[in-house]
Design a protein around this ligand. Structure first.
Ligand SMILES: *[C@@H]1O[C@H](CO)[C@@H](O)[C@H](O)[C@H]1NC(C)=O
Ligand SMILES: *[C@@H]1O[C@H](CO)[C@@H](O)[C@H](O)[C@H]1NC(C)=O
Ligand SMILES: *[C@@H]1O[C@H](CO)[C@@H](O)[C@H](O)[C@H]1NC(C)=O
Ligand SMILES: *[C@@H]1O[C@H](CO)[C@@H](O)[C@H](O)[C@H]1NC(C)=O
Ligand SMILES: *[C@@H]1O[C@H](CO)[C@@H](O)[C@H](O)[C@H]1NC(C)=O
Ligand SMILES: *[C@@H]1O[C@H](CO)[C@@H](O)[C@H](O)[C@H]1NC(C)=O
Ligand SMILES: *[C@@H]1O[C@H](CO)[C@@H](O)[C@H](O)[C@H]1NC(C)=O
Ligand SMILES: *[C@@H]1O[C@H](CO)[C@@H](O)[C@H](O)[C@H]1NC(C)=O
Ligand SMILES: *[C@@H]1O[C@H](CO)[C@@H](O)[C@H](O)[C@H]1NC(C)=O
Length: 408
């Protein structure tokens, strides 16, 4: 075949654009079908005003959910994804007697056929949510081996046994593999002590963070189906489980169970300059806009939504920015799913919180360990400070409890 990829794409682009202009606006809403948009040309170009509290993705894309079962029934895939693959195949071009072979740059496709790897467990802590009774929130915390101090601080504050018993939450720390055997041994050993860690069979690195997130979501769906909500956070975060649980009724509304809850943007641009930490090439992400994102510092989703994300992610090609990746999954699910921006969820900015301020947040980023420990101990002092925050009696009830520490 002599047609090269560029020609195919251009033809597709032109014809699809005409098609979309003519029919998209008028006919599509009337037809209850999925537009089979091909290949690279499906940027998310919805116009969304900043300051909106909620963003629901448009209807119609849900038909692209192929996987029925979490444990992979991937053979029943859409034809489209095979055709798409051709564009990254090797191309042979003849120049006289010579044949030049080259591989076209692999452009990230919006969909694929089961290309996101199955991730498996090196070791697991599958008893974290043991028991039949409902759990309010299960929180998976991305961590790395050399952050033991942080883990220990969390284990003494919001992720402590006492707090988890009181607020009915659970936590687990997530790890990938290290090339260093000693390190793998050390985290296994740490887990023998705490039983709150899980290790996946992918290499632990920044560019692999999306594996860790999806791994965590799958873990929660598999081993914590009794949790109402699943939350993702990092080991440098303060998570105010007390607040979150006190306001549980707020999260149990329809919008909240169908939306990713966090500090969200509904429109964001890929960074195209090389010096950026979040530099993304056109091959990695060909569109000009992300479908929004909720800051990876901490977001929460219902059990239903995490199940949906776990399923569809198998058909969403890897993208290394995990918060963008998750919203790509949600965009692919389409309505009624979306993103929900809630103030008092922290974004990635390194804010220094004043004394007691973290108690007014659902999540707080970059809180120094000593501050966390200190303020956790003086919770009742902070109550006075934040009494005005809520007239919610359940919230006040929870605050009144006094804390006991091992070392006290
Ligand atoms: C989300 O909430 C934050 C904090 O309240 C706010 O600064 C931001 O503008 C909001 N974003 C959107 C898209 O509404
Ligand atoms: C290019 O690929 C063709 C078919 O696979 C092969 O016969 C040929 O030797 C290759 N040419 C080069 C230069 O690798
Ligand atoms: C492996 O990790 C251990 C513990 O952190 C460290 O002491 C050792 O130097 C590391 N080995 C290599 C080869 O990096
Ligand atoms: C991510 O994990 C995969 C699978 O273990 C590994 O092959 C790859 O090298 C890792 N990537 C990075 C950037 O570490
Ligand atoms: C719970 O949600 C309500 C309504 O959004 C809010 O006014 C209140 O401050 C929240 N309570 C806590 C403890 O965050
Ligand atoms: C929740 O969704 C409904 C429509 O289903 C909408 O009218 C309402 O404004 C949404 N609530 C919030 C807080 O955005
Ligand atoms: C979860 O999904 C099921 C099936 O779609 C639905 O019946 C149920 O109401 C959903 N639960 C919540 C909390 O949204
Ligand atoms: C916590 O307690 C210590 C000692 O009692 C006190 O110095 C400090 O100001 C308190 N911090 C807060 C936030 O109340
Ligand atoms: C908790 O403290 C508040 C304020 O001090 C008080 O009004 C309330 O009765 C207390 N509630 C319980 C359950 O102790």
């Amino acid at each position: 075949m002599d047609l090269n990829c560029k020609t195919i794409k251009l033809t597709l682009f032109v014809s699809l654009t005409i098609y979309m202009i003519l029919f998209g606006y008028f006919l599509y809403p009337l037809l209850n079908i999925t537009v089979s948009y091909k290949n690279i040309i499906s940027p998310v170009t919805k116009r969304l005003a900043f300051g909106q509290k909620i963003q629901t993705f448009s209807k119609g894309k849900k038909a692209l959910t192929f996987i029925e079962d979490l444990d992979e029934k991937c053979e029943d895939f859409h034809k489209e994804s095979i055709e798409l693959k051709k564009c990254s195949d090797t191309v042979h071009e003849k120049y006289g007697h010579h044949t030049k072979n080259y591989t076209l740059p692999t452009i990230r496709q919006d969909r694929c056929h089961c290309c996101f790897p199955k991730l498996s467990y090196i070791f697991n802590s599958n008893k974290v949510c043991a028991g039949a009774q409902p759990i309010e929130i299960v929180i998976f915390i991305t961590s790395t081996y050399n952050r033991r101090t942080r883990r220990d601080i969390l284990r003494q504050t919001w992720a402590s046994h006492e707090a988890e018993k009181l607020y009915n939450t659970r936590h687990v720390f997530l790890f990938g593999m290290s090339k260093n055997k000693t390190v793998n041994y050390l985290i296994k050993k740490e887990n023998n002590e705490f039983q709150d860690m899980v290790q996946g069979d992918f290499l632990d690195s920044y560019r692999n963070l999306t594996y860790k997130t999806i791994f965590g979501i799958r873990w929660a769906v598999q081993f914590c189906p009794n949790a109402k909500f699943v939350m993702k956070t990092d080991d440098d975060m303060w998570v105010n489980t007390r607040h979150l649980v006190a306001n549980m009724s707020q999260w149990e509304t329809k919008n909240s169970t169908n939306h990713l809850i966090g500090n969200c943007k509904y429109k964001d641009y890929p960074h195209r300059w090389k010096t950026s930490k979040w530099y993304v090439t056109k091959e990695e992400y060909p569109h000009t806009l992300y479908p929004g994102l909720c800051s990876g510092a901490g977001y929460m989703m219902s059990q239903n939504l995490s199940r949906e994300i776990a399923r569809i992610s198998r058909n969403i090609p890897y993208f290394f920015l995990e918060d963008v990746y998750v919203s790509l999954c949600i965009e692919a699910l389409g309505a009624p799913y979306g993103l929900y921006n809630i103030s008092r969820f922290a974004d990635a900015r390194p804010i220094r919180y004043k004394s007691c301020e973290i108690h007014g947040q659902y999540t707080a980023h970059n809180v120094p360990g000593y501050q966390m420990l200190n303020e956790w101990k003086n919770t009742t002092n902070c109550l006075k400070h934040f009494l005005k925050l809520s007239q919610n009696s359940r919230f006040l009830g929870l605050y009144n409890r006094t804390w006991k520490y091992k070392n006290d």
